[in-house]
Design a protein around this ligand. Structure first.
Ligand SMILES: Cc1cc2nc3c(=O)[nH]c(=O)nc-3n(C[C@H](O)[C@H](O)[C@H](O)COP(=O)(O)O)c2cc1C
Length: 158
């Protein structure tokens, strides 16, 4: 069965709620999902997943430091994560508060790992964005991301 990791950092709980919705989407596609905080993920553990979806609050238009730490520590797997599927989501305080650049900062690192990223033509193109706590719209975007990553992983594993 395809294995997907949802790893997040959340100080106030907004991104944690999003992580749970993303995991729901993965499960709806009958994939195995593990939800963890980024500080509890060992970098060499990433090799065991077919895809990973990272969530971070928007901090100055970028991912928060604990998320960047996991990405930097993942250098021990450099070259070994090629072809895995990635995705990202964020919560920010403001609509134009740097949320899309935060998602892109995570996706940029995934691309450097040689990972595959699928956007969407509908709604949150780069990945789900919540303003504060996820509302009904953001919840749907999170579920859609989980499903999108899971579907792509299943195609790749065929
Ligand atoms: C250090 C710091 C930097 C932040 N920078 C931004 C920012 O650049 N733009 C923004 O809209 N919100 C910013 N915020 C607000 C958070 O992104 C927002 O409150 C988010 O919902 C927190 O998610 P959490 O509840 O999962 O911790 C910042 C918050 C902190 C603590």
């Amino acid at each position: 069965m395809a294995k997907i990791l949802v790893a997040y950092y959340s100080k106030g709980g907004n991104v944690k709620k999003m992580a749970e919705f993303v995991a729901k989407g993965v499960k709806e596609e009958s994939c195995e999902v593990t939800v963890k905080t980024v500080d509890s993920v060992l970098p060499d553990e990433l090799i065991h997943y077919d895809g990973f979806i990272f969530g971070s609050p928007t901090y100055y238009g970028q991912m928060a430091a604990p998320v960047k730490k996991l990405i930097d520590d993942s250098v021990i797997l450099h070259g070994k994560l090629e072809g895995k599927v990635g995705g990202a989501f964020t919560s920010s305080a403001n609509i134009g508060g740097g949320n899309e650049t935060t998602i892109l900062s995570i996706l940029q690192a995934f691309l450097i790992h040689g990972m595959l990223i699928q956007g969407t033509a509908k709604n949150d193109h780069y990945g789900p964005v919540a303003i504060g706590s996820p509302d009904n719209r953001a919840e749907k975007q999170c579920i859609a991301l989980g499903k999108r990553v899971a579907k792509l992983v299943k195609i790749i594993l065929i």
